[in-house]
Design a protein around this ligand. Structure first.
Ligand code: 4AD
Ligand code: MG
Length: 477
């Protein structure tokens, strides 16, 4: 019987005789033991070569990073640390790897160094585990929505409406930057551009998703979004992936229930299906913690933290309650916050969000009913006239992971809000049409996929959970 991947091979509980495996050499010890990995699992398969029967020149080419093809017998391992090993009968080098210049040596490399070698970093245990988990989470997300009757909508990546205000946008143009056509006022004449108007990369698929919710009922988008903010933090990317469900006839409470159920489902999925990768990352974090002073160590291990989130209710707290808690908090009174909370109405900074989640409630928190003037125009105004049905979900170690709202479904109220912030009606005529023809209450949210992957893997920099991060001054690869 021929097995194709190391994962398939190691999950057998019997020892089959003939195997045929291709992969990359992790280490070659004592001219005898090859640790081979093919990316299918965190585990290597040990391939034992009898050096007397192989050409010395061939064995010299078994170096870290080389691609090889091995045929042999799968036998019970005599050594410790593995159940099975391959007694190599045939060995072929498919691609050499010069040990002098191959960057990924079998030792600890810094994440900074590996970021510079992002094309090779998934040859390490940490990055292969993170990226397998990223893939599994992505699958679980589609699975959840599919099982719950949602349709997957591909909203456009190039957008002609600049109205959402979620962030600075990247312009899409094919005009010649050296001599763009100008109009009478001397400004660039975008009517001569490819689309006949100004276009940008989208910051969110929400507005278009709303149109589909108002016809297909339950929909979601899952695609790349782009923001040109110059925020060089460990939680921001210029290109990131967002999951945005949108549901007709659902209110804010329903939106919270959906978000909580959905996030628990995808985390449970990896706890069940990606155990080995999680155990590896859990051990890695525990190891890293040992070198930290006691007060900086994590209170929970990775798996423990994921279980905690799936087993406990998210705490639901209004913005007003949160402001009261923050105003009375020790760091506020002792002026430890960079931004001191004084009045109702101020926007929360990530230091405040993290205080609420990590110090005060010590569990995921859903903040809701924010002041209207710090949230987007499309959020449903409450009867008090000053708050909107917004919700942000805050996670320990991450801060804001979800932003969402019940949407303003009343045409007149929406128009007033747009006028107040100078969004021309012509620009969003189609969005207003939804409020003219069969309007109904509806709600949705956006989950930042990389922030979810950070939480699920325990990685502390968002650049390390996306294959090729795009950040200010960096678009390598
Ligand atoms: O809170 P945001 O800006 O919400 C929206 O865009 C809404 N249109 C979503 C909706 O209601 N359908 O972004 C949603 C989430 C944030 O909570 C955060 O997790 C993530 O997207 N996010 C980023 N992730 C990485 N890098 C950035 N620059 C991000 N900006 C937002
Ligand atoms: Mg937000």
């Amino acid at each position: 019987m021929k097995l194709r991947t190391i994962s398939e091979l190691l999950s057998q509980d019997f020892v089959s005789s003939e195997v045929d495996i291709k992969g990359w050499v992790r280490t070659f010890r004592a001219n005898r033991f090859i640790a081979l990995n093919d990316g299918s699992t965190i585990n290597n398969i040990q391939c034992v070569v009898d050096f007397e029967t192989f050409d010395e020149a061939l064995l010299k080419r078994i170096t870290t990073g080389a691609a090889i093809h091995v045929k042999g017998d799968l036998v019970e391992s005599q050594g410790k640390g593995q159940k099975m090993e391959i007694q190599v009968k045939e060995l072929k080098v498919l691609g050499d790897s010069d040990p002098e210049t191959y960057p990924i040596q079998p030792k600890k490399h810094s994440f900074e160094f590996l970021r510079e070698n992002a094309h090779l970093r998934t040859r390490t245990n940490t990055f292969s585990a993170v990226m397998r988990l990223r893939s599994a989470l992505s699958f679980a997300i589609h699975k959840y929505f599919n099982e719950n009757g949602f349709y997957y909508v591909h909203t456009p990546i190039i957008t002609g409406s600049d109205a959402e205000g979620a962030g600075e946008m990247f312009r899409v143009t094919n005009l010649d930057p050296k001599k763009p056509p100008l109009n009478e006022e001397g400004h660039v004449d975008y009517s001569k551009d490819f689309f006949g108007k100004e276009t940008n990369l989208t910051v969110s698929g929400q507005l278009e998703a709303e149109t589909y919710a108002m016809s297909l009922g339950k929909v979601y988008t899952f695609g790349p979004t782009f923001r040109a903010e110059n925020s060089n933090t460990s939680r921001h990317l210029a290109e990131f992936w967002m999951i945005e469900p949108e549901v007709a006839f659902m209110d804010l409470a329903g939106n919270m229930d959906l978000a909580e159920d959905f996030m628990k489902y995808v985390l449970k999925y990896i706890l069940k299906n990606n155990r080995e990768d999680l155990e590896f990352l859990d051990a890695r974090l525990k190891d890293e913690d040992k070198s930290k002073p006691q007060n900086e160590r994590s209170e929970m291990g990775l798996i423990e933290k994921l279980n905690f989130v799936t087993d406990n209710n998210f705490k639901r707290v209004s913005y007003t309650e949160a402001i009261d808690i923050l105003r009375d908090s020790t760091p506020n009174k002792k002026k430890k916050f960079k931004y001191i909370i004084k009045d109702w109405g101020t926007d929360l900074q990530s230091e405040h969000e993290r205080f609420l989640v990590e110090k005060h409630f010590k569990c995921p928190v859903i903040l809701f009913d924010y002041p209207a003037n710090i949230k987007a125009f499309y959020m449903r105004l409450n009867d008090d006239g000053k708050t909107v049905r917004a919700m942000d979900i805050l996670f320990p170690g991450i801060g804001e992971i979800v932003g969402g709202a019940q949407r303003e479904e009343r045409l007149e109220v929406l128009k007033q809000k747009m006028t107040a912030i100078n969004i021309p009606e012509e620009e969003l005529w189609w969005y207003l049409d939804l409020r003219k023809f069969g309007t109904a209450l509806h709600a949705g949210f956006g989950l930042g996929f990389e922030r979810l992957v950070m939480f699920a893997t325990g990685m502390s920099n968002i650049r390390d959970v996306i294959p090729f991060p795009r950040t200010p001054q960096n678009a390598e690869f």
